[in-house]
Design a binder for this molecule. Structure first.
Ligand code: ZN
Length: 415
């Protein structure tokens, strides 16, 4: 599927010292360094194309954009894959509810998402892959699971035996009973009769009345969600057989830890015998004015609405950067307004003839990003530097600080 407009990120590794990136890994529950590499493999779970792009999405993709930028600016190559679940239950339900064709809803929402990502200056993935176009890969992955005798049929649907993976639950660390409860809340079917284990997950769903379907050796049907990401990651990220893990980072919002990432990792381990990712990285959830932001509450804030009301896209990035990416946090108009004032002051400072000293600020930005994306420190240190510059302090290097802001933080001098 077509991605969005590429943005060049310069290699700054000759100009500055890039500390090794340390990120909190949900599986080990530690902040651990990524190995030093020339090529990183990054997979971030994409949207199901309805309700795009709300601020929860923006917060997640911005966080991984900062990681992506840091690695590229640090002189490495990043193969970045993101999927779009362009066929799934929630999309069909929404299309039915609104009386529109599901294909039209998906196309419109994917376009909206691309425009929002481009406006927010989020680097596009190397491969942007839809579930529908990945169906042959999904079938291949189910074949591999079947070869290992890890699938079974209920009626004509195909299920994966999650407990065939001895490391199942090593990302979420949840007890069985809690997993069953969350699985049921997040689209799973733990009580379905015929299941060997309540947590076993659907990998191929036989066609239901009035629903779209694709032909396969398992019959006319469509892929399950978890196997979609496993198949796309294994294919498009071409894991190096000499490495211990298949990819470097699997990422997404914290609501994906269980069941989604647990299921994907289990499928990948059964297929390949190797760990899926060295780092499972998760962004916190975004609430609004003290409440959880959700489609059921009808309080989603959309990036496109903010942009069409004239909000500076970098102010959205800045407001999201004012909290730590892993934390569940609140969004509010006040937070956006405060961020916008700071961003406009930054733009004014960047028009000054002389700048306050920039060496310490640049080191601080690099060290803070490397420290599990400590963007709060970056926001407060940039604000202090803006104050000094506007107060007439001198001695800074304009070219260097602009380059760091643009390449690492996604700042654009053009609004
Ligand atoms: Zn996924």
């Amino acid at each position: 599927m077509r991605s969005w407009t590429a943005v060049a990120v310069n290699d700054l590794s000759k100009a500055f010292d890039f500390p090794q990136l340390r990120l909190t890994d949900s599986a080990s529950t530690t902040k651990k360094p990524l190995s030093q590499k020339d090529l990183y493999r990054l997979y971030v779970c994409g949207i199901t194309p309805y309700d795009a792009t709300h601020l929860g999405h923006a917060a997640t993709y911005l966080s991984f954009d900062l990681i992506h930028r840091y690695l590229v600016a640090g002189g490495s190559k990043v193969d970045y894959v993101q999927n779009i679940t362009d066929i799934d239950e929630p999309l069909l339900e929404r299309a039915n509810r609104d009386g529109v064709e599901w294909e039209n809803l998906a196309t419109e929402q994917i376009d909206l998402f691309r425009n929002d990502m481009a406006a927010l200056n989020v680097l596009p993935p190397t491969h942007y892959i839809g579930a529908i176009e990945a169906i042959p890969l999904v079938i291949e992955a189910i074949d591999h699971l079947s070869d290992k005798k890890s699938t079974y049929q209920i009626d004509q649907d195909i299920y994966f035996s999650v407990k065939d993976d001895p490391k199942f639950a090593s990302i979420s660390h949840l007890k069985d009973q809690d997993m069953v409860e969350i699985f049921s809340q997040r689209g799973g079917d733990p009580t379905l009769s015929g299941k060997k284990d309540p947590l076993d997950c659907l990998v191929w769903m036989l066609q239901r009345p009035n629903e779209p379907a694709w032909s396969s050796s398992y019959g006319l049907g469509r892929p399950g969600w978890h196997i979609e990401c496993t198949a796309i990651a294994l294919h498009y990220l071409s894991p190096d057989p000499t490495l211990e893990t298949l990819i470097d980072i699997q990422g997404g919002g914290s609501d994906l830890i269980f069941p989604h990432h647990e299921m994907c990792a289990a499928q990948a381990r059964v297929i390949t015998g190797r760990e899926l990712a060295s780092h499972y990285v998760h962004a916190g959830m975004i609430g609004l004015d003290g409440e959880k932001m959700s489609k059921s509450k009808g309080n989603l804030v959309f990036v496109s609405s903010l942009l069409s009301s004239g909000v500076d896209p970098f102010s959205i990035r800045w407001a999201l950067m004012s909290d730590h990416f892993r934390r569940d946090r609140m969004w509010s108009q006040e937070k956006l307004s405060a961020a916008d004032i700071e961003v406009q002051r930054l733009r004014t400072a960047l028009k000054c003839q002389d700048f306050a000293p920039t060496d310490n600020l640049i080191s601080c930005i690099l060290e803070s990003l490397a420290n599990d994306l400590d963007t709060q420190t970056i926001v407060s240190e940039v604000n202090r530097w803006v104050d000094k510059t506007l107060n007439g302090d001198t001695g800074g290097d304009k070219r260097q600080i602009v380059s760091v802001l643009e390449n690492l933080l996604g700042f654009s001098t053009v609004k």
